[in-house]
Ligand binder design. Structure first.
Ligand SMILES: Cc1ncc(COP(=O)(O)O)c(C=O)c1O
Length: 410
């Protein structure tokens, strides 16, 4: 077939066609998808973390259909009942003091909004990010993304060695290294607008931050008058066991709350919506004209997120997601795959570290041969982002398929 795409994705040569449901529970979407050639795959990609209920939960589809018959589009300045309800709900769960919300559509948009609010609120120009970080592909988000694979050719100029974009300089510390972060804060004293990180690095190899590191960053930021900012696009929206990965890792002590957090991916249950919450006094700097989004907070996307959160609440899905890693580690201990160096992550953010980019690359294709769709993370790990309800049976089946794929390529 003539490839109609920009060659930005390594093609997988699978044409996905339709969700396959396994039971009559209207809350549960499918974890399997049928391809055009009739093959059925167990889906551990989940739109790269966008399907916390699985594909097309019937209750979620019903709510969306009803909303489409009510109101689909309303520009940013207008309130609707559904965006007000969603804003209240997220603000209630967000570990941010006196939060105010901005709605976007995709992940990178809310990274951009966060960069803008941090620069504006502090009047500073340096942002501290971390090695192996991924924050999106628009140019501001890309400046914060560490891997040169994503950045080269867009941000590097001979004058500034890739560090400068617009009114912003990015410097990076190793992920987890509090001392290196403190040194950067001292080196750029009075200039650091925010320290920005993913609580669990999603594209960088599934690396969860340690509690001490996060609490230490909070203390350093307070000491230097810098904002602490969390990209929970992949790790948030319940995937780690709480709505916010910060809460899972640090707890809900308001004295330790960060200043800005943002979510996307799983928030809409498969429909695009993103949200960023900043402390009220920080958000207050974004006066009319400083930011906006035509589609941000539209009633259809907000309804998708509301229904997703309702289903998560009714089925206790945060707790179910939170238990996936322990379940998988038990399965892995009982039936080890010798090439797997470590099974790590947090909740339903699962990574199998093989430490071998060539093997991982082969496994992405070999697992599909076995009927399992996966993505790689950080070059060295296979990543699974199953629906939150997925339990031991699904994880054990996926583990068996992974084992067979390893055997097939070894
Ligand atoms: C942590 C993180 N930040 C930002 C993004 C970018 O999100 P989007 O592709 O929706 O723009 C991603 C996507 O994978 C992500 O995982």
């Amino acid at each position: 077939m003539q490839d109609w795409r920009w060659p930005t994705y390594r093609p997988r040569n699978i044409t996905l066609e339709q969700v396959v449901y396994e039971n009559d529970d209207p809350n549960r979407g499918g974890v399997r998808v049928k391809a055009k050639d009739g093959k059925v795959y167990l889906d551990a990609v989940g739109g790269i973390g966008c399907l916390p209920l699985g594909h097309s939960s019937k209750r979620w589809v019903g709510a969306m259909t009803e909303q489409m018959n009510t109101l689909v589009s309303a520009a940013g300045p207008f309130w609707t009942d559904v965006n007000t309800a969603l804003a209240r709900r997220i603000l209630d769960m967000a570990p941010v003091a006196d939060g105010r919300i901005f709605f976007g559509n995709t992940g990178t948009e809310v990274t951009e909004a966060s960069i803008k609010v941090a620069l504006k609120a502090t009047g500073r120009d340096v942002i501290i990010g971390f090695e192996k970080a991924f924050h999106g592909r628009s140019l501001g988000s890309l400046s914060l993304t560490a891997n040169p694979k994503y950045r080269d050719g867009f941000l590097t100029t001979p004058e500034d060695d890739g560090k400068r974009f617009a009114h912003m300089n990015v410097v990076r510390a190793p992920f987890g290294d509090l001392e290196a972060t403190a040194k950067l804060l001292e080196q750029y004293a009075g200039r650091v607008a925010m320290v920005c990180l993913e609580p669990v690095q999603g594209e960088g190899g599934i690396n969860p931050a340690k509690r001490d590191f996060l609490v230490g960053l909070h203390g350093l930021c307070r000491q230097h008058g810098s904002l602490l900012a969390l990209d929970e696009i992949q790790a948030g929206s319940g995937r780690t066991g709480d709505f916010s990965a910060w809460t899972t890792l640090v707890g809900d002590d308001p004295a330790l709350f960060p200043d800005i957090i943002w979510w996307a991916k799983a928030l809409g249950g498969g429909f695009p919506i993103s949200a960023v919450v900043a402390r009220g006094d920080i958000a207050a700097h974004m006066v009319p004209g400083t930011h906006g989004s035509t589609f941000g907070g539209n009633p259809l996307a907000c309804r998708a997120a509301m229904e997703t959160l309702d289903i998560m609440q009714d089925d206790d899905l945060f707790a179910r997601a939170g238990s996936q890693l322990a379940t998988l580690q038990t399965i892995a201990a009982t039936k080890p795959i010798s090439a797997v160096r470590e099974v790590r992550g947090l909740g339903a953010m699962l990574g199998m570290d093989f430490g071998d980019p060539e093997l991982v690359s082969k496994l992405v294709a070999a697992t599909a041969e076995q009927g399992l769709l996966v993505t790689a993370s950080g070059g060295i790990a296979i990543r699974w982002l199953f629906p939150y309800w997925a339990g031991e049976d699904i994880l054990a089946e996926a583990w068996d398929k992974l084992g067979k794929a390893v055997a097939a390529v070894s």
